[in-house]
Structure formats: C-alpha cells, structure tokens
Design a protein around this ligand. Structure first.
Ligand SMILES: Nc1ncnc2c1ncn2[C@@H]1O[C@H](COP(=O)(O)OP(=O)(O)OP(=O)(O)O)[C@@H](O)[C@H]1O
Ligand SMILES: [Mg+2]
Length: 452
C-alpha cells in the first residue's frame, strides 16, 4: 500500500490486517516499487497524489514489471478523467474517499483472487511449454533415454547435479535442459568455464568485488554466483578449479552466502549448482587435485553421458538433425555409403566433432548432396581396408583380433589428424572437434610425441 499520509496509512494497515491481509506499507511510489522488488505482492493499493512518484506513474512502472500485482487506486478527489485513465493503464479498480473498510476489503479480496488465477494460468502454460523443453536433444539409444529420464527426475528438485562425459558428448546441452525443466526456469542460467581464467580473475568472476577491492576495481561488480540468484549456476570443467577457490566455492554452496572480494558483509543467495567435467572424477580426487568434500557436495546426483561410439545408433538421427540445423529449409541429402562411414567411425570428439565434419561437408558439397568425397580422410577409410593399419596389440579374451580396443582406435585417429595437420595442435583439435585442453590431455594420456 502506497499512501503518503502517515495517519491514514496506519489506520488502513491496522484495518486490513484485522481483515486477514498481510500488509506492507510505503510512503510514496518509489518506496512502493522497492517493496515490490523484495516481496511477492498480490494487490497494490495506491493513493494518486504522493510526493516523488505519484500513483499514476507508479501504476505505469508496475506494469512494466514481469508478473505485476493488481493495482487499486485510492483517491480523495478522483475526477472521472483520472479514474478512466487509471483503468486504461490497467488498474484493477479505484475507490474514492470516503470509502468503508468493508468495501476496501472486498475489493482487495477480488483483486487478489484475480491475480492468483492469472499466476496459476501462467504456471500451467509454462508447464505445457516445459513438456517440450528438450526437443533439441536428439537420440534413439537406450543409454540416452535413461539419461533423459534422470534429467526429468532430478530437474524439479534443488539437488546439485554433476554431469560427466567426454568432450562434445552434450554435457552443456543437458545442463540447459535441467534448468529449463526446473522450477527455476524463469530464473537465469549462468555459466562459468572454470578452466578459462586464472585464479584471481576466476574469484572475481565467481563472487564479484566491491569498489576499491584492488587497483582497477573502480565500481562494484556482481559475480556470477550473485547473478544466478534464484536460478542455476553451471560450473563447466569444474575439476580445473584452483585449490583455494575450491574451498571458497564449497563454503558458498553449503551456506548459500559468500563475500564479494573486498567486502565486509556477506551476500545471501539461492543458487542451484550444476557442474560438468570430462575428467575421471575418481582420478582427480585420488590424486588430490580436487577436494573430495566439494565433489561430494556437487555430486548430489550424477549423470554420465556415454561417448558416441558406445551408442552408435544415435549417429544417424544426429546426422539428420544437425544437417537440418545447418540448412534449415533445404536440408542436404546424404549418400548411403557416406552415412555408413559416419556410422562406423569412432568419433573421439563426439557430437561436436560430428557437427564440425558435417559443417565442412555441407560447404564442400555439390547439388546439396553429401558423399564420401566430402568427408575427411580419417573418416572415409580406403575401400576394403581399415582406416589405419592396426597391429601389435594382442586381442583381449573374447575380443576378435580384427576389432581393436577403443583406446587404440582413438589413439590412431588422433595420430592421423596430427599427421594431417603436420602436428599443428590447434588445427588437430579443430578437426577432431575437441578443445585444445582435451587434446593436450589425450596426447599426455597416450604418450604421443612427434616422431623424428
Ligand atoms: N543429443 C544431442 N542432440 C543434439 N545435439 C547435440 C546432442 N549432443 C550434443 N549436441 C551438440 O553437440 C555440440 C557439443 O555439445 P556440448 O557443448 O553440450 O558438449 P560438452 O559435453 O559440453 O563438450 P565439452 O566437454 O567439450 O565442453 C553442441 O553443439 C550440441 O548442441
Ligand atoms: Mg561444454
């Protein structure tokens, strides 16, 4: 309720509270707007003439906000004109003084009822939209179907989720889907790549800083943790977080409070955490590079995405889907033998690599048709021969000698791409559709160095 006259304000507050309403009061329009920021208000009662911001201006400003309350204008000397103008601007109704408190009470109840119906209606509509919230995730495999069930189950809760899987398997896509299917879907989805910054920058990205916290901090900057208030914070490559920040993050998640850099007072937030990593989490906690208590905290629920080569049945629908995205109205055709080649390749860079290969093929294609000629050599094996000469490793029991172990397949593919680019790491990562840091890790894992 916005009313500049203190006595009247007090009387109205007492009476309305006696009638069972929860009442907040403000002495002018600006103060009322501030109250609306802080709490969920069903009905706003406002005087028309007030200092600083009058009732008509308040009405205008309220209607620029998402989900505005119903507004009832209270006025001492309403002219017909102002009443009509208020109604045109979307006021629910108006009352001119003198009015009886029972009249006011009845009007507030009706207005509140109307707002509740409107909010319910919106919620229902949002629910229907959410049912189709993940249409961009394409799959036919059982493994991905299980993943989508987990996504649906965990999304509505506030549980932290850790998404694991190789580079390019769709971790970010899944994180978005969880947010959209959550109750926080109207809040923001904020993402931070924990490997992208060095420690001090990362800290101010995460928690923000106060003016003067360090030289160059001219004014206060809000961190991503604060910007994600009421929404979701996605911590990508979370295992790359430097150790001192790991403990700050743990405290922030546990208490839902933190200090901006250089601040003396804590900030309180309500943030849901989704994290992702392409590392083996047992390994990173085992070697001490990642705190196990933090892992435990963010790993409330784990979703693991299988690499594409372990769900090859997804390759074909993904190919059609990605080609459709690349050329929305005139989607290119793909020759059967080219599709076969895509299906039998092992995709170390997973869906991202598939997308890169298709992008390139579309550019090279004639007559809007993709054939083997438009696919990179490492994917199109020479007819009748395997993509690379495979020799030397004894087949594991139960494994036929002609199917090499997956690690070996991947190693050979990385090697082929390295040869193709003359060991240029950036270009190699691009061909494989993996990030340079992933490539670096693979080179290390497979002990690959350039032969003289
Ligand atoms: N099931 C899917 N359906 C449609 N597109 C997909 C699917 N999975 C992945 N993609 C697409 O593949 C690309 C890579 O996905 P995303 O960025 O989510 O992978 P990531 O696991 O986060 O990779 P990284 O670990 O390298 O960050 C994106 O363009 C994404 O839209
Ligand atoms: Mg990602």
């Amino acid at each position: 309720m916005a009313e500049d006259e203190a006595n009247l304000r007090l009387v109205l507050q007492k009476e309305l509270e006696r009638a069972g309403h929860d009442v907040r009061v403000a002495a002018d329009g600006e103060a009322a707007l501030k109250l609306l920021e802080e709490s969920n208000v069903d009905v706003l009662l406002t005087d028309i003439s007030m200092p600083r911001m009058d009732g008509m201006e308040l009405l205008r400003r309220v209607h620029q906000r998402p989900n505005p309350p119903e507004v009832v204008m209270l006025t001492g000397h309403a002219t017909v004109e102002t009443a009509i103008e208020a109604m045109k601007l979307g006021a629910y109704d108006y009352l001119s003084k003198p009015y009886h408190i029972t009249e006011l009470d009845a009007l507030v109840k009706q207005a509140a009822e109307k707002r509740r119906l409107r909010v319910d209606n919106q919620r229902l509509r949002a629910q229907i939209e959410r049912k189709n919230a993940a249409p961009e995730i394409t799959f036919v495999s059982e493994a991905m179907r299980d993943v989508m069930h987990l996504v649906e189950r965990v999304a509505p809760s506030d549980t932290s989720v850790l998404i694991t899987g190789e580079s390019g398997t769709g971790k970010e896509l899944i994180a978005h889907a969880i947010h959209r299917l959550s109750r926080r879907c109207e809040g923001s989805f904020v993402d931070l790549n924990c490997a992208a910054f060095q420690e001090t920058l990362l800290e101010s990205e995460l928690f923000g800083y106060e003016a003067g916290a360090f030289s160059g901090a001219k004014s206060r900057k809000l961190g991503l943790f604060e910007l994600a208030d009421g929404g979701t914070l996605f911590l990508d490559e979370v295992t790359e977080l430097p150790a001192p920040l790991q403990s700050k993050l743990l405290r922030a998640i546990e208490t839902q409070t933190f200090y901006r850099v250089g601040a003396v007072r804590k900030v309180q937030v309500n943030v849901r955490i989704i994290a992702a990593t392409n590392r083996d989490i047992n390994q990173v906690t085992g070697d001490g590079s990642f705190r196990s208590d933090l892992l435990y905290r963010i790993n409330g629920f784990q979703i693991n995405l299988l690499p594409l080569r372990e769900r090859p049945e997804d390759i074909e629908p993904l190919t059609h889907r990605l080609l459709g995205d690349l050329a929305s109205h005139n989607s290119p055709e793909i020759a059967a033998d080219a599709m076969d080649a895509l299906r039998s390749y092992s995709w170390p860079g997973n869906v991202r690599q598939l997308r890169n290969v298709l992008e390139r093929a579309v550019l090279l294609s004639n007559d809007n048709r993709i054939t083997r000629a438009e696919l990179p050599p490492e994917i199109v094996a020479p007819a009748g021969a395997p993509a690379f000469a495979y020799a030397g490793v004894a087949a594991a029991p139960g494994q036929s000698a002609t199917t090499p172990p997956l690690r070996e397949v991947e190693r050979q593919q990385i090697l082929a791409a390295l040869e193709q680019t003359n060991w240029h790491r950036g270009k190699t990562a691009e061909i494989l559709g993996i990030s340079p840091s992933t490539l670096y890790r693979r080179l290390r894992d497979y002990n690959l160095t350039r032969r003289a």
